[in-house]
Design a protein around this ligand. Structure first.
Ligand code: ADP
Ligand code: RBF
Ligand code: MG
Length: 162
């Protein structure tokens, strides 16, 4: 997929407040400044990659980019579900991500159950696909260790405040 890997970071803001957390799938939302910087060749859809909160550990992630057709959002969003159980919320903290692969386009579903089950499939897909050495390597990228540095890998790096 063109434009990958794509590195970005930004503050975690409040999202649509739809209670994705209650569904067991919280998503950390990026502000418009990060969404608006996405290059044109990074299309909407579901991606997988690595993520870390502030200077914390690096975890696998899945990300949804687009208008959530199931909810018919009017605003484009970038929402990251970090595949890890956190003790506390991390609103206001800096989320760093690298998107390494594409899973599927966003689509609408007949029921909430169907949407949840699709997301759970994405999570399993991400866990498996990230195991290959080529993707494991990106975990070690100095984008994650040296906060504020520019990645030596291909793809853009956006600094938002940090
Ligand atoms: P919102 O609509 O405000 O984005 P969500 O229900 O999607 O609300 O919950 C997202 C928030 O949950 C994140 O901003 C973060 O603070 C917290 N959170 C806790 N665990 C996770 C996780 N594993 N992945 C993403 N966000 C998480
Ligand atoms: N929303 C959709 O409308 N259609 C989708 O296909 C879709 N896929 C998603 C896949 C993943 C991995 C994640 C994390 C979210 C996805 N969403 C999708 C967004 C979802 O609707 C949103 O996170 C919750 O509705 C927020 O409560
Ligand atoms: Mg959210």
């Amino acid at each position: 997929m063109k434009g990958l890997p794509y590195f970005c970071r930004g503050e975690v803001i409040r999202g649509f407040g739809r209670g994705s957390k209650e569904l067991g799938i919280p998503t950390a939302n990026f502000p418009d400044s990060v969404v608006d910087h996405l290059p044109a060749d990074v299309s909407t859809g579901i991606y997988y990659g690595w993520a870390c909160v502030d200077n914390g550990d690096i975890h696998k992630m899945v990300m949804s980019i687009g208008w959530n057709p199931y909810y018919k959002n009017t605003k484009k969003s970038m929402e990251t579900h970090v595949i890890h159980t956190f003790k506390e919320d991390f609103y206001g903290q800096i989320l760093s991500v690298v998107m390494v692969g594409y899973i599927r386009p966003e689509r609408s579903y007949d029921s909430l159950e169907a949407l949840i089950s699709a997301i759970n499939n994405d999570i399993e897909e991400a866990k498996a696909r990230l195991e290959v050495p080529e993707h494991m390597k990106l975990k070690e990228d100095n984008f994650f260790t040296a906060s504020g540095s520019t990645s030596k890998s291909t793809g853009s790096t956006i600094m938002n405040g940090h």
